[in-house]
Design a protein around this ligand. Structure first.
Ligand code: GLN
Length: 300
């Protein structure tokens, strides 16, 4: 069978109310390209043999069961870099690229003052696949990164991704950031200048709006928070920012729940973080919060 015929048949199999023809075809094409390592240019002339068809059919079956393509091919792209992913980590989202972009924009402005200053240290809380720290490290080679996660399996993936992208200025630590008592065990946490995180922030009640490919396959540990304490990670981040940062001109960047933007800002303010702004993602949802300590410094 010609690849072009295979695409036609299987594109129709994946159609649903969430996946239109164009997306379905793109998914089948990616699957073929990745599984068989065949260039798209050859799709119209390449004859698939039985083994190849069997192999592709296995992938199609997984896709029909709503498994994300990225878990099947075990790879994705984030901020122009390739990342390995499996079900231990969230598939990096485009919004999170926007967060990285914002940090890099801010640092570009600051470059002149930073360039000769070594040992500027970022702490990333809940690194998952490592995408945020790795993308930042690629562009900020003069900074150092400490990336923590509670999941040993996620850290295995993150470490592989750092290696794959030739990044050596990230130290990965397995720890529970919500357990403040542990902080003193890690001397690395004493020298943090910048804090960044895309923590779990989805409430159980928001599950109704979520797709099966997310709900059935992505790690719930990385996605969900208790209904009665949805800002638990932001409390810990605010607490760390106020009490544990090395400098008084630190920065905090976090991805947030769009439905809790006002609450998140109010929470930060209740911790005495007076200089914080919420900003939108490209879908115009309030998706990020950025805080600086500068204003507090002025008052001192
Ligand atoms: N934005 C992600 C989603 O919609 C969730 C990321 C998170 O919980 N930190 O699936």
């Amino acid at each position: 069978m010609l690849i072009s015929e295979y695409i036609k048949i299987n594109t129709s199999l994946l159609l649903s109310d969430k996946i239109d023809e164009r997306e379905s075809q793109a998914i089948v094409r990616f699957l073929i390209e990745d599984s068989l390592q065949i260039n798209r240019i050859d799709f119209s002339t390449y004859q698939l043999n039985k083994n190849e068809i069997d192999m592709l059919n296995k992938g199609i079956k997984r896709l029909k069961n709503n498994e994300p393509l990225q878990y099947i091919t075990q790879k994705t792209y984030f901020y122009g870099l390739e990342f390995e992913v499996n079900s231990a980590v969230l598939i990096p989202r485009p919004e999170t690229e926007e967060l990285v972009h914002q940090v890099l924009k801010d640092f570009d402005i600051k470059k002149k003052q930073f360039i000769h200053k070594e040992n500027q240290i970022f702490l990333e809380v809940g690194t998952g696949s490592g995408c945020i720290s790795i993308a930042l490290a690629k562009h900020l080679p003069y900074c150092h990164f400490v990336a923590i996660d509670i999941s040993a399996k996620a850290l295995e993936v993150a470490k592989k991704n750092a290696k794959k992208n030739d990044i050596s200025n990230i130290e990965f630590i397995e720890m529970d950031f919500l357990n403040e008592k542990l902080y003193s065990n890690y001397s690395q946490l004493k020298n943090i200048n910048y804090l960044i995180s895309n923590p779990p922030y989805i409430r159980e009640t928001e599950k109704v709006d979520m797709n099966k490919n997310v709900l059935d396959y992505e790690p719930h540990l990385a996605l969900f928070v208790a209904e009665n304490n949805p800002l638990i990670f932001y409390k810990a981040l605010a607490n760390f920012f106020i009490t544990k940062m090395k400098t008084k001109n630190g920065l905090l960047y976090a991805e947030i729940n769009q439905y809790l933007a006002n609450e998140t800002k109010a929470l930060f303010e209740s911790f005495g973080i007076t200089n914080c702004i919420v900003f939108d993602d490209l879908q115009d949802n309030p998706r990020f919060i950025k805080a600086t300590q500068r204003q507090m410094e002025k008052r001192e």
